[in-house]
Design a binder for this molecule. Structure first.
Ligand code: IPD
Ligand code: CA
Ligand code: CA
Length: 303
């Protein structure tokens, strides 16, 4: 089931404020760890984890259990609490760990709430009900509740009105596992040549929040998890944007591939995916070898 089915019964109006408080507290802990510096461990390939990821997930898990004792919690660092609950939080305590570990100031806390009505298959996803993303370094809190709009620090936000890919600013991300299996660098090249540019800032949740508030027109990534996407996708929905997989099917939490946009350039993005998968219409650029030959020639001619 996609998250675009009928809204859940009215949520407690205190839910988003309470979740925001938890995200702010978690973000404040991240800020402390960031200031003091942390050791990095490898989960695999270049997939990093730090004491901050684990400590902050534990903090969020405890706070969610106090605030919403019936809600499930599914966290990147292993939390699987009350999986039978009617509501389930997908939690990324630190989205942008590689940035965090290197002192690059782009990371956040992301918490998305999925409504899972009775009868839903264990691997099914219901409509997203709420989402909170907090950037502790900029003190930016993105919030959304289904049917109530999306907000940045309490002010309503909307996806951008840019209607052409050629005038769009985009973002993407690259996997930290099985890097040799990812074709994304080809998409990065092609989208770069057809837009104002593609940012690769290293926090998928913030990339999605930026699509929701109009700083970016679009975002795609090949292999994301529900804790990266749940909150951001609801923000985009509530801000008037659109999210699908690369074939245009409605986004599901287990889709893994994400194509999100302001809605207006979505069909253009989907067409480019279709063309690229079919090997059509690719923009030529020189290979490094061809470039080296041109460069040598220029140097010989003193240019
Ligand atoms: C990562 C970030 C990054 C994206 C990776 C994610 P993490 O999350 O969102 O932008 O490109 O695919 O895994 O590991 O920092 O929580
Ligand atoms: Ca993440
Ligand atoms: Ca993470």
């Amino acid at each position: 089931m996609s998250h675009s089915v009928e809204p859940a019964a009215a949520l407690d109006p205190a839910l988003v404020p309470k979740a925001s408080e938890i995200a702010r507290e978690a973000g404040a802990r991240l800020r402390e760890f960031y200031a003091q510096g942390v050791e990095t461990e490898y989960k695999g390939d270049v997939d990093l984890v730090t004491v901050a990821d684990r400590t902050v997930e534990k903090l969020i898990r405890g706070r969610l259990a106090e605030a919403f004792p019936a809600h499930g919690v599914y966290g990147e660092e292993g939390t699987r609490d009350r999986m039978e609950g009617e509501y389930r939080w997908y939690v990324d305590p630190l989205d942008g760990t590689t940035n965090f570990a290197h002192g690059f100031p782009q990371f956040c806390v992301s918490m998305g709430l999925d409504h899972r009505p009775a009868g839903l298959a264990a691997d099914g996803d219901g409509p997203l009900a709420a989402g909170v993303i907090y950037d502790p370094l900029r003190d930016e809190l993105f919030t959304a509740q289904r049917g109530q709009g999306a907000y940045l620090n309490g002010k309503r936000i909307h996806a951008s009105r840019c209607a052409h890919l050629a005038e769009a600013l985009l973002a993407t991300g690259f996997p930290s596992r099985k890097r040799h299996a990812s074709p994304n660098i080809h998409f990065y090249q092609e989208f770069t040549l057809r837009s104002h540019g593609v940012r690769r800032a290293g926090s998928a949740a913030l990339d999605l929040a930026y699509v929701a508030c109009g700083r970016l027109e679009g975002f795609w990534e090949f292999n994301l998890n529900p804790w990266d996407t749940a909150a951001g996708l609801l923000l985009i929905d509530e801000a008037g944007g659109r999210s699908t997989d690369f074939s245009g099917n409605p986004y599901r939490l287990d889709s893994r591939e994400v194509l999100a946009s302001n809605g207006l350039i979505h069909d253009e993005l989907l067409r480019l995916f279709e063309d690229m998968f079919a090997g059509r219409d690719l923009e030529p650029i020189p290979t490094p070898q061809e470039y080296a030959r041109q460069r040598a020639e220029r140097l010989r001619n003193g240019k």
